[in-house]
Design a protein around this ligand. Structure first.
Ligand code: G3H
Ligand code: 13P
Ligand code: ZN
Length: 307
């Protein structure tokens, strides 16, 4: 069944676990995520980025996701990921497809971020749609030249409390050291969990961790074996994810690990069957690997069995 982000996250916030939010770009990814959610009896967020919408079309992705939600016995949120352009967010709200949107005003100064976010919150809430906002620059710890620069760009706990009160958003994405993509850390993975706990105490609402992929070693090995050049890829360790959930994270965004699983499956299938030309034989194994990755995440995040 299709539900709002607020519905599933307020429960996660109260009970101290996180719900996985997975980026979908096509039918196979969506189906793999849904099979995993059903098997794990887990609530799930299906999300589409601006890039996914450019690639497949909002209406096609919405048709796939909404059908998946209708058939599901677990709660499903259909969410717009990283809406940077308020016009696209407005389009998503008015489309009637989405039950949640993210307005990402994080590249703007505080006041402008508040202004843009507030406007979207008013428009979305009128239609019963949830809103995720973002404060701080989501980037890896090594992306800053100094500790003072990092301090200035990571989410400020006191500002987060004020931002939530001023905007009325339903969930807040925080910057505590994760980065998007497969190359998050040069050395040992680190997150600012002390800061996260302060943000949670000040904001007192569901918090979101972006850039949370783990770059699983087994998947990375398959990718590398069949020619993918990702030796330096490094993600957030499972123990850091658990610490982040204990620190107050209730929604965890995963895209890169699905891409890696997809790539591993496709490369393996093509290498094993050079004579093959059936797309279903190429994409089927990829779907299977994505499903396994998603099931592992649901156990790790604590949302398995919470549907
Ligand atoms: O937040 C980033 C997600 O991985 C989406 O990436 O914009 O390439 O679809 P994308
Ligand atoms: P990853 O690149 O770590 O999977 O993060 C995805 C994300 O944050 C989507 O919004
Ligand atoms: Zn993100």
């Amino acid at each position: 069944m299709l539900v709002t982000l607020k519905t599933i996250l307020s429960k996660a916030h109260r009970r101290g676990y996180a719900v996985g939010a997975f980026n979908i770009n096509n039918l196979e990814i969506c189906q793999a995520v849904m099979i995993a959610a059903e098997k794990m009896r887990s609530p799930v967020v299906l999300q589409t980025s601006e890039g996914a919408i450019d690639y497949a079309g909002m209406d096609y992705l919405a048709a796939i996701a909404r059908l998946a939600a209708e058939k599901a016995r677990v709660p499903v949120v259909f969410h717009l990921d990283h809406g940077k352009d308020p016009k696209l967010v407005e389009r998503a709200i008015k489309s009637g497809f989405y039950t949640s949107v993210m307005i990402d005003g994080s590249s703007h100064p505080y006041k402008e971020n508040v202004r843009i976010t507030k406007k979207i919150v008013a428009m979305a809430h009128r239609r019963g749609i949830s809103v995720e906002a973002e404060l701080g620059a989501i980037a890896g710890i090594e992306d800053f030249v100094s500790v003072s620069e990092r301090d200035a760009r990571f989410t400020n706990p006191e500002e987060a409390g004020r931002f939530v009160r001023e905007t009325g958003c339903d969930a807040l994405a925080v910057a505590i050291g994760t980065a998007h993509g497969a190359f998050k850390f040069k050395g040992e993975p680190k997150l600012d969990i002390v800061r996260l706990k302060k943000i949670k105490a000040a904001a007192r609402l569901p918090l979101v961790l972006h850039g949370a992929s783990g770059v699983p070693a087994d998947i990375k090995r398959i990718c590398a074996k069949y020619g993918c050049k990702i030796a330096e890829a490094r993600g957030v360790s499972d123990s850091l994810i658990s610490a982040a959930v204990r620190g107050g994270i209730n929604k965890i965004n995963i895209d890169t690990d699905l891409r890696l699983a997809f790539t591993a499956g496709v490369r393996h299938a093509l290498a094993k069957h050079p004579e093959g030309i059936d797309p279903r034989k190429v994409l089927g194994p990829a779907k299977e690997l994505i499903q396994q990755v998603v099931m592992q995440k649901m156990k790790l995040f604590g949302c398995a069995g919470k549907a």
